[in-house]
Design a protein around this ligand. Structure first.
Ligand code: PMP
Length: 411
């Protein structure tokens, strides 16, 4: 593991006093890039920021002001640790789109973004040294959480159809043979961040069967599931199995990440612990944000808006795919069927992490594949996001990137 020396505060009087769990904490490569990538002259293909301009800001602001006048005492007050009952009801309409038809509002727990949900599930399930099986590459924010609880992440491999069942089973067996406790599988089945791939419908029951066989919980993290580029959504793993799956999704990518409102659906025992976890970590999710989200859901055609986002993200994905074919045909990638990301293999011998400063000088930013591993792997990949820049900016960004890669190849 590489220590980022720039993060060490000189002469820190508390050096030596920190809990061992804090030692593993470090800034993600993405956060470190944020300031650079936000400069106006840089085309950022780095972040996973949703494009918000389709939101009906003016009308929504008026409706939120009305909501605050009428229900201010609730919005400004503490609320339920499980989350606002009205919003939990509304969420049932959303998850039905992913074939989850048997959940009740009482099965839903609201969290401060899915990030907080990942923290909660790890907090209640894992002791230091416990194993979490995760896809390779892995969502960087989840890796940070797993590290902070001193768990061991064991990688299982993916191909173009997502997580490979045999690799998942192998990872369980090897860990058990070493006397370790395998607590859960962490998977992003739809439009994976960063790999862009989607678990095939055939594989979903196979993965669940293996998990049940070894009594391993499945944590299904699904913030992108509704952002499909096809005319269908994939059935959530939770739709097959209510007892063995904890499902997470979020309003961050379909409405607005600034609200920090997401949800989990969990079987009763786990749900109870999640609510207690919420209580001890934050007392309750913010009423103000939850009621703002409900105001939007109650007054606007949110399904239509998601449809528009899907069309827009698809066009941006197409633009990136075209530009890669035009300017960097020597790279390899799978064209995603939804979501925000392309996972691009660069030519042998190049190092995406080492190349990044030169890319920034050429006014384009991406995330090096190394951010998505805990062991230094990934330098042969870049994660390119097509969610925020316009189609023209994406084409220009890829053109700039190709000049950097071409230079590297010719030296
Ligand atoms: N899981 C995945 C796979 C993500 O990509 C993200 C956001 N980038 C999150 C969880 C966290 O989302 P939220 O904004 O709801 O905390």
């Amino acid at each position: 593991m590489t220590e980022n020396k720039s993060q060490v505060i000189k002469n820190d009087p508390w050096f030596g006093s920190y809990a061992s769990r804090a030692e593993g904490m470090r800034a993600s490569e993405i956060r470190a890039l944020f300031a650079v990538a936000s400069r106006p002259e840089v085309v950022s293909l780095a972040g996973g920021m949703p494009y918000l301009d389709y939101l009906p800001f003016d009308e929504l602001s008026e409706l939120v002001a009305k909501m605050l006048r009428e229900q201010g005492t609730k919005a400004w007050q503490y609320g339920s640790a499980q989350g606002d009952p009205h919003l939990r009801e509304r969420i049932l309409d959303i998850i039905r789109l992913e074939h989850i038809t048997d959940a009740q509002a009482d099965d839903v727990v609201i969290t401060n973004g899915s990030q907080s949900g990942l923290d909660l599930i790890t907090r209640i399930m894992c002791n230091p040294g416990d194993v979490i099986i995760a896809e390779d590459p892995n969502y960087v924010g989840a890796l940070g959480v797993f590290r902070s609880f001193q768990t061991e992440v064991v990688n299982a491999h993916m191909d173009a159809d997502g997580l490979i069942p045999q690799s998942f089973e192998e990872a369980i067996k090897t860990s058990i043979a070493q006397g370790k406790h395998v607590k859960f599988l962490y998977t992003v089945p739809n439009f994976h961040n960063p790999a862009g791939v989607t678990m095939s419908v055939e594989r979903r029951p196979q993965i669940l069967e293996i998990a049940r066989k070894y009594h391993v919980l499945v944590v299904e993290d699904n913030p992108y599931g509704l952002l499909s580029f096809e005319d269908k959504t994939y059935p959530a793993l939770r739709s097959y199995d209510a007892d063995n799956v904890v499902y997470l999704s979020s309003f961050s990518k379909i409405i607005a990440p600034g609200m920090r409102v997401a949800w989990m659906i969990a079987p009763p025992g786990i749900r109870q612990k999640l609510v207690l976890g919420n209580e001890s970590a934050i007392l309750c999710p913010p009423n103000m944000s939850q009621m703002t989200i409900s105001t939007y859901l109650d007054n606007f055609d949110w399904k239509q808006q998601i449809k528009e986002y899907r069309g827009m993200y698809k066009s941006r994905c197409d633009a990136m795919d075209d530009a890669l074919h035009t300017y960097m045909p020597y790279c390899q990638w799978n064209k995603p069927r939804g979501g925000f990301y392309m996972w691009v293999k660069i030519p042998d011998g190049l190092d995406a992490k080492a190349m990044l400063p030169r890319a920034v000088t050429a006014r384009v930013a991406y995330v090096s594949g190394t951010a998505f591993y805990d062991n230094g792997q990934g330098a042969d990949h870049m994660r390119l996001s097509f969610c925020y820049p316009t189609e023209d900016e994406i084409r220009e960004g890829i053109r700039r990137l190709s000049t950097v890669v071409d230079d590297e190849l010719s030296t």
